[in-house]
Design a protein around this ligand. Structure first.
Ligand code: GLN
Ligand code: ZN
Length: 769
């Protein structure tokens, strides 16, 4: 690349909101409990914004986003900015905008909150806009304009960010009471003038650019939706007193939306060039580039936590220079999805630390790349050399490459991922061994995580009790849970998972190749932050992880106790995944470690082993064309972990959602002997769907909705079972709750399970009669 070719901006789409010590969480939760007043909350928020902008500016980011900050969620902020307040929240919002905002987010005694769901294939959750034919929009520029003005007053080159109108409408759902087939996109004509007004307000407040997030454009879109996109940007393009418009897509390739954006009368386009979205490079060339437009090139992965390959990014940028009027450097998406700062991690191997890039490190990479674009690669010679060395050390490290793991993986065959006996034979052997009644009853694994258990964990961390004391506390809990289940009359028992802080973290802490961070917090939703473990290297299992707990629980009862594990796909989905090998390989490594655990559980006497895969559907690729490939490796990894067992060992799996649709075949491909699913709210619909596709194995559609403290009556559970029996023959139907009980209290758990067992007995009698 020749020096001084261009003057590139360094920018980001958005930045972590929480502050270095999760100050935002503390302030917001303090406000909810009344310890912090509104003024202090707003002051904390403003201080955090100011600090984030300053650290971006100090790092050399020359164009700073505003409006990406949020007290709870940026999609909710958009609903407020366009005045889409649901009827039931109107009074609260009118009485006090801040309390009304939190009422929409969290509900109150009287009104339910907005529904929450995952933001594309990330673990961030947004509040789903509720729209209907009567929704009236009205521009409320207070927050976008307010935050822009704050940044401008501080002297920053600020670019306000809003969720774009197409994405906003496509993410919305019909408001309660509105026909389920209502399509929010039909409101586009009503919404556009409101966006136009917001653009004018931002322009009047001094915005040179506005950034509209349109990640919906990376999903498969119908011609009608692409037309809507074209129309939206044609119309917004004609707004007279507006900032220049940058439309940003991310999380995947823009595909058919690319020519639409290229032709639109907007001034800038943001594209993702990382991972599978790297296809944008060829696609962009194929449509003739973006003549006359600014391209914001997402060359640094905004979703993982690994250092960038600067040379590779420079090559990409070099190609892009010929394809747009001007090329600026950015992460692929908002940095909201990564922790703030890798430099504060003190407990990591210093060598490993050099491979990590959280938000702060990524901004430095962006600046470095922009410097190279503006001043030539010589200007970043030192950074390039350091980057090359770090990448080389990672590639050659014994942490990332464990020859034993690699040899084992290379030696696995297709046969290893298949049970030795066909299902019918297994079913016979299992029936003989387990000798269960018709409609066997069980639970999904966890029992209530009481304050007592949490206190014990805190005591252990603080050194108030030792490991032995902690384990004795957990054993006491197991004794109670087993005794309770026997008394309640459940047929297949669980140990209750008291020792598990989290179903992924618990295993990550025990597997080699996984790392834990001290401060790697990422927003999951609202004030809830998680610290995903890091899949850093080749995975192996130094020692059994759950066998002692199983052995102890089984020693207390004659009834079968389930061994309980988290499956490979879920272990990946809820962790940061390495980017130096395909996720399929990482999944296989995790699967082999789990395979050993399954084997040890079987050897310890477990007749039933459950491997949970609640995340199988959520990591489904955004584009349909990529899904078969994903499902192939995902189901193979599950089978690799579960296939080495005897015919009479029963493999269970569990997933906590009821809409299977496109993963129906994948469910079958898991070849689990028994699957438990969420079904209570949908009236056992999933049982019928499974029956329709001829699902041949045993099924436990949940008859107890564990998402609320509500106790289902015996009659209710029995009615659900009768509905289940209309789809699944009695010999293949299980009776269980929708999901684990860890979030429930004991009183409602006891009553609900009593009713569940009573319902199973009732239906057994009906069947016998
Ligand atoms: N075995 C786990 C539990 O019961 C499953 C949880 C889940 O699927 N989310 O808690
Ligand atoms: Zn579940």
């Amino acid at each position: 690349m020749s020096p001084s070719v261009t003057s590139a901006q360094a920018t980001v789409h958005g930045y972590p909101r929480q502050g270095p010590n999760r100050e935002l969480k503390k302030a917001v939760e303090g406000y909810w409990t009344g310890r912090v007043d509104a003024q202090d909350l707003h002051m904390t928020a403003a201080t955090l914004r100011r600090a984030a902008w300053q650290s971006l500016a100090d790092a050399g980011i020359t164009e700073i986003p505003t409006g990406d900050f949020s007290l709870y969620d940026h999609v909710l902020d958009t609903s407020v900015a366009v005045g889409a307040i649901p009827e039931r929240h109107r009074a609260a919002v009118d009485a006090d905008p801040l309390d009304g905002y939190f009422a929409m987010a969290r509900g109150t005694q009287e009104v339910a909150p907005l529904e929450m769901t995952k933001w594309f294939d990330t673990n961030y959750h947004y509040l789903v806009p509720e729209l209907g034919p009567d929704t009236g929009f009205a521009a409320n520029p207070a927050k976008p304009v307010g935050e822009l003005s704050e940044a401008l007053a501080l002297g920053h080159n600020a670019r306000p960010v809003l969720v774009g109108p197409l994405t906003y409408l496509l993410l919305a759902k019909p408001a309660p009471g509105v026909a389920a087939d209502f399509q929010p996109i039909t409101l586009v004509d009503r919404l556009l003038p409101v966006y136009a007004e917001l653009l004018e307000d931002l322009h009047a407040a001094g915005a040179e650019w506005v950034h509209l997030d349109e990640p919906c454009l990376v999903q498969d879109r119908t011609p009608a939706e692409l037309n809507a996109a074209a129309r939206i940007y044609r119309e917004l393009g004609t707004v007279t007193d507006r900032p220049k418009i940058l439309v940003a897509t991310y999380f995947d390739r823009a595909g058919q939306a690319l020519p639409v954006l290229a032709k639109a009368p907007i001034e800038g386009v943001g594209l993702d060039f990382t991972g599978p979205a790297a296809a944008n490079l060829d696609d962009l060339a194929a449509v003739g580039g973006l003549p006359g437009k600014r391209l914001v090139a997402g060359v640094v992965d905004g979703r993982n936590i690994w250092i960038n390959n600067l040379e590779k990014s420079l090559t990409t940028l070099g190609t892009l220079l010929g394809l747009a009027d001007r090329v600026d450097v950015a992460p692929s998406c908002s940095l909201l999805h990564v922790p703030l700062d890798a430099a504060v991690e003190r407990d990591l191997d210093p060598q490993v630390s050099r491979w990590l890039a959280f938000a702060r490190q990524k901004t430095a990479e962006i600046t470095t790349l922009a410097t190279a674009l503006s001043r030539g690669t010589d200007a970043i010679a030192a950074q390039l050399a350091a980057n090359r060395a770090d990448l080389a050390s990672r590639a050659a490290s014994a942490i990332t490459r464990d020859p034993a793991v690699r040899a084992r993986l290379a030696a696995t065959t297709d046969q290893d991922a298949h049970r030795a006996q066909p299902y019918a034979e297994r079913a016979r052997a299992q029936r003989a061994r387990l000798d269960l009644p018709l409609l066997p009853t069980t639970t999904i694994g966890s029992f209530p995580q009481t304050t007592d258990l949490r206190t014990a964990r805190a005591d252990l961390r603080a050194g108030r009790i030792d490991t032995e004391g902690y384990q004795e506390r957990m054993r006491a809990e197991v004794r109670e849970v087993i005794a309770y289940q026997e008394k309640a009359g459940l047929d297949v028992l669980v140990h209750g998972e008291p020792e598990r802080n989290d179903m992924v973290q618990y295993f990550a802490e025990q597997l080699h190749g996984y790392l834990a961070t001290q401060h790697g917090w990422v927003q999951s939703y609202g004030t809830r932050y998680v610290r995903p473990p890091v899949l850093a290297g080749d995975i192996s299992r130094p020692a059994p992880m759950t066998v002692e707990w199983f052995r102890y629980a089984q020693s207390l009862t004659d009834r079968p106790v389930k061994g309980m594990l988290t499956g490979p796909v879920t272990m990946l989905a809820w962790s940061f995944v390495r980017d130096d090998q395909p996720p399929a390989d990482t999944a296989r490594q995790v699967a082999l470690a789990l395979r050993d655990e399954v084997g040890d559980l079987e050897a310890a006497g477990a007749a039933v082993i459950q491997v949970d895969e609640p995340a199988l559907r959520e990591t489904l690729p955004l584009r349909a064309a990529d899904r078969p490939g994903y499902l192939a490796w995902a189901t193979e990894a599950f089978r690799l972990s579960t296939s080495a067992v005897r015919a009479d060992t029963q493999i269970h799996t569990h997933m906590c959602y009821a809409e299977f649709g496109e993963i129906m075949t994948a469910i079958d491909d898991l070849d689990a002997d028994v699957i438990s699913l969420e079904a209570a709210r949908s009236h056992m619909q999933v049982a019928h769907e499974l029956a329709q596709v001829g699902y041949p194995r045993e099924v436990g559609p949940g008859v107890y909705d564990i998402h609320s403290p509500r106790v289902p009556s015996t009659q209710e559970a029995a009615a659900l079972l009768r509905q289940g029996l209309a789809a699944i023959p009695a010999e293949r139907l299980w009776v269980n709750p929708d999901c684990g009980l860890k979030t429930r209290g004991w009183p409602e758990t006891r009553s609900s399970l009593d009713h569940l067992v009573a319902a199973a007995r009732l239906i057994r009698e009906e069947l016998n009669a």
